[in-house]
Each structure stands twice: as structure tokens, then as C-alpha cells.
Design a protein around this ligand. Sequence first.
Ligand code: PRE
Length: 363
Amino acid sequence: MKDIQPLESWSVVKNGGPIAIAGPCSAESEEQLMETCRQITEEIDITMLRAGIWKPRTRPGSFEGIGEEGLKWFANVKKELNMPITTEVANAQHVELALKYGADVLWIGARSTVNPFTIQEIADALKGVDVPVMIKNPINPDLALWKGAIERIYGAGIRQIAGIHRGFSSFEKTKYRNVPMWKLAIALKTELPNLPLICDPSHIGGTRDLIYPVSQKAIDLDFDGLMIETHRDPDNAWSDASQQVTPKRLAEILNEVKIRKSTTDAEEVNNKLDDLRSKIDRLDTELLDVMSQRMSVVNEIGDYKRENNLTVFQAGRWIDIFQNRPEQAEKLGIGKSFMEQLFKLIHDESIRVQTKVVNTEKA
Ligand SMILES: O=C(O)C(=O)C[C@]1(C(=O)O)C=C[C@@H](O)C=C1
């Protein structure tokens, strides 16, 4: 999927990244939608307006979206404010209607991404259509499922695709509504470096006070844009009231977020970075050398254990190491839990290697 195109190629993206997408969680009334969008455009220059027309809700009885009527209102907003619009689609009929009323970009929600049948239905409806599609991560932290959805939309011929990171459901209570697990977004970017990634701090945070820090974190991680739910009267929103911000607060957040570039043309900065990276290269070589020496000793101990009929796993020794190394690390200013994880990995590898050694007869 190397020909997935950058955001700059989307006709709706005028000034390059990072882009901002904002608008209400749901279209509630023509007046609410128009007023919210008008206030947003008066407060700040954004790339695109969003509004939910069909809302997949966790439990029945909640407001499930206004439906086709809302698309007529949204089309009026687009015309009146001269702004591109985007909405969520969850089946073939949504695709058809959203395009009929002039949606410039479509997005697929987290609850749809989990279901390959749904994604395939949407992909089939998109065949031969030229419209950018943004695909939210599935609600569960499954990278293959997210990638699979991207592949299906790509298979329909769409090349303007972006991922939207909206966090992952968790059984445990956390300060987030959906835990960010940034490493999954990083893994996706590692596998598909040319895929634009947009962050949805509203669904990650779930509360207004988390929108700014989550947005800044996303920009620090080189995300290409932010999608922030915005309502003229968030407290009285029909859906997701606690995570929507006012247009005024949206502008404050976007102005506060410090934009960082992924690269620079400044020669001096690049030279200094090159120097420091050379140091890292040398240190990594030393690390690998030390690791290789440690594995040799582990092998030697393995031989010894075979000869003397001793178990591979030595709980007492391992508990000692597991307590001691992170403490040592902490004194050196290295994170304790990082070292715990690292030594768990090292120990797992020792067990794997020694299991093989003790079960192989010496020639
Ligand atoms: O001390 C041992 O017996 C080892 O084999 C070394 C080692 C380690 O990697 O440090 C590996 C396996 C044991 O469970 C404990 C420690």
C-alpha cells in the first residue's frame, strides 16, 4: 500500500498539516449544527467540519442520530460556510447518502472497523468512487484488524486513506474513556509509514480537560491532524456531552498545542542530530555486545544444568534479579518499569535458549 497518498494530496487540505477537524458529535437540529459550525469557523481556521448523522451507541434507548434529514442540514452548512464536511458511515446506504449530500470525506467508526463484513460492504459501495476515507482503530487493540480494514478500503481503489486513532476499550477503569495505547499507533505507522494518522482526543480523553494534553501528545508523536468534537452548548449535547468543547475552547486548544515538525532543513540542527545519533549507534553496538556475552553465559549455565540435572527456571535467582536490576536502574535515572519489562524479556529468552540446551544431547 505504498501508494496511499499524503494528506496534502486531498483537495480539502489547503495549508498542509497538521490538519484540524471539528464539529458536533451529532447533528441534533439544523440550528444547532449551523450555529456550532458557524461559531467554529469564526473562532479558528480549521480544515473540515464533522458531524455524526448515524450514531452507533453502546446501549439501546440512547439518541442514535438524526439520519438523512441531518445530511440536508450539513449540505446547507457546507454551502453557507464554504467548508468541506465529513461524516461517519457504517453501511452501504450511509455511503450512498453521504455522497449524495456532498460529504467531502467519509470516516468509518471503531465499531465498524471490528467487523470485516461491515468494512467489506462499505468497500464494495466505494468501488469506483473517488473520496478520501478515514478509518478509526477497532475498539479492541488489534492492529491486524485495523490494517485489514485499511486493506479492504484500499482494495476498493481508494488511495486517499487516513487512520484515526481514538483509543481502545478497556475493562479496567482508567482516567481515559478509551486508553490511548500509543504503541499501537506507532506500530501502524511503522508498518505503513505513508499512512496519514489523525488523533481523536475526544474519544480517547472522554472529558474536556484531557483534550489538550492528548492533542499535544499526538502532535509530539508526529500525528498529521486532530479531530475534536465541538458543540455550541456541550453540557446539553444529545451525545458525548462530557467530552465536547465549545468553539471558543477548541480555538484555545488548537492555539495552545505546540506544533512540531518531523524534520528540519537547518543544517546546524541536522549536524548536531547526526553527531548524537552516531553516539547512539556506538552505544547500541556496545549494548548488543554485552547482550551477546550474557547469552553465552546463559548457554554455558544451560550445559551445566543439563550435566547436573537442574531445572532451567530458577525462581529464587530470577526473583533476585527481577527486584535488584530495576532498583539499580532507578539509581541511574532509568525508569523502573522499563527495566522490569526489559529483564522479563531477557529472562524469557534465557528460558527459551536453555530449554533447548538441556534437551539437546551433547555430541
Ligand atoms: O541463574 C541461572 O540459573 C540462569 O540460568 C540465568 C538466568 C538469567 O537469565 O539470568 C536464567 C534462568 C533462570 O530462571 C534464572 C536466571
